[in-house]
Design a protein around this ligand. Structure first.
Ligand code: ACO
Length: 401
């Protein structure tokens, strides 16, 4: 058997693969994607089954532990998560240090990183018990952190978690309740929120997950690693696309303008791209987008909303997928294309869209981080580079330059 890593390091050779288009960085048993067939499975279960038959808490358990929980395991897991939903009271002052008009993602990066300063008893990554508590804390506190970022931005008081509510319901409560009126979400809306969380739970080695793994490979504490993942997710080419899709649909405004924007997306001299279209791995319909589109219709019907943006999005999809440019490059709607329309119908401002993605993806980041740390053969991530700078040259003193 040839030890390829040894061979490369001893020969001084390495692969050159900018953007890691064909480089596997790890092995993993968590998520399987077949991009050509449009298949996504977590631990062997299809995303369609999980979205229609499971719930987010159960999916979290599955991602973290490898198996669906029994009833007793499920109850115990929910207990653990519920136990950790509160934020340290001192952290509320941390929020107050931010400007009111800060983007909630910037608050989230800061607050999640700061968890390591508040929960010292779960930062020793060598201790399995501490790793477990850190995982539970992250999953449990993320809805509270996200809801508080929103409350702070609109100048309303923070609403404490209510632990007799489900995970999704509790998040909606902390986001939309006010002291004089408790928000009551309909079961259909709670289900839709939960499904959005399931659809975003994990997606193997995307930019943010790889960032979490790289940060964690040095032995950094889990809270710092997840903060790094949130920072990476924020970009419009990744999780920031859901916010960008809605802005784009509003900019397009009317279906008569679609051809103009399609032409812009095809023009290589124009930086404009159809947001919510294309994916590094899927060269077929993103299976999450199909579920999201279905959910979108259900939510709008439930709320009695006739959103012209949904009509516009469906028309844009129809025109784009039948255009030879998009067909040849295999560009299809991704998970972000329809999610913004649902979230808008639920009253979330666009600035919260990527925050919701980060909340839901936390379990995936945590599961991938744990898998890496628990692999005795894992190494610090240290890519090489192709140096294209100057050759060796003599130093010239400043008065002679
Ligand atoms: N609109 C127009 N053209 C596109 C689009 C698009 N949305 N996406 C890709 N292309 C074109 C590129 O211009 C390129 O054309 P070329 O071969 O003539 O140069 C070709 O398709 C391949 O695109 P790349 O950027 O090389 O593909 P890559 O795998 O690096 O990027 C990405 C994937 C970033 C998702 C890209 O499709 C994109 O920018 N999409 C819009 C943003 C978006 O929706 N991001 C969310 C991704 S899903 C997620 O993170 C949850």
């Amino acid at each position: 058997v040839i030890d390829v890593r040894k061979l490369y390091s001893e020969s001084g050779c390495f692969t050159y693969d900018p953007g890691f288009t064909s480089t596997g960085s790890c092995d993993s048993s968590i998520t399987y994607i077949d991009g050509d067939k449009g298949i996504l499975r977590h631990r062997g279960y299809s995303i369609e089954d999980l979205a229609s038959k499971s719930d987010y808490m159960e999916t979290c358990y599955l991602l973290l532990n490898g198996e669906l929980p029994t009833k007793a395991e499920s109850d115990e897991f929910k207990n653990q998560i519920t136990y950790h939903t509160m934020l340290h009271e001192q952290m509320l002052n941390f929020y107050r240090g931010f400007r009111r008009d800060s983007h909630p993602m910037s608050i989230m990066v800061g607050v999640v990183g700061a968890l390591s300063a508040f929960y010292h008893d779960s930062t020793d990554i060598r201790d399995p018990q501490q790793r477990l508590i850190a995982s539970h804390r992250l999953i449990a506190k993320m809805p509270t952190i996200a809801a508080y970022a929103y409350k702070y931005s609109i100048g309303q008081p923070f609403v404490y978690p209510k632990n007799d509510l489900s995970y999704a319901e509790n998040f909606l409560h902390m986001t939309f309740s006010v002291p004089c009126e408790e928000y009551k979400a309909s079961p259909a809306l709670v289900r839709a929120m939960d499904r959005i969380f399931i659809l975003h739970a994990d997606h193997e080695q995307n930019a943010s997950t790889s960032t979490v793994r790289i940060a964690g490979s040095s032995g950094a504490n889990p809270f710092a690693c997840i903060a790094a993942g949130i920072a990476s997710l924020w970009g419009p080419a990744h999780g920031g696309a859901n916010e960008a899709v809605l802005n784009m649909l509003q900019q397009i405004g009317h279906k008569d303008n679609i051809p103009k924007f399609i032409e812009r997306a095809k023009d290589k001299n124009d930086p404009f791209r159809l947001m919510g279209f294309g994916h590094r791995v899927y060269k077929n319909y993103d299976p999450r987008a199909s579920v999201m589109r279905e959910s979108c219709h259900e939510v709008l019907e439930e709320l009695g909303i006739n959103d012209p943006l949904l009509e516009l999005a469906m028309e844009l999809e129809k025109v784009a997928v039948s255009d030879p440019y998009f067909a040849e490059k295999k560009l299809f709607p991704n998970v972000d294309f329809y999610s913004g329309i649902i979230l808008r119908a639920m009253n979330f401002p666009t600035s919260m869209f990527t925050v919701l993605f980060a909340l839901a993806r936390t379990v995936g980041w945590v599961a991938q981080w744990k898998e890496m740390i628990e692999d005795p053969g894992h190494k610090i991530s240290r890519p090489r580079q192709l140096y294209l700078g100057s050759d060796a040259r003599d130093f010239i003193p400043v008065d002679k330059r």
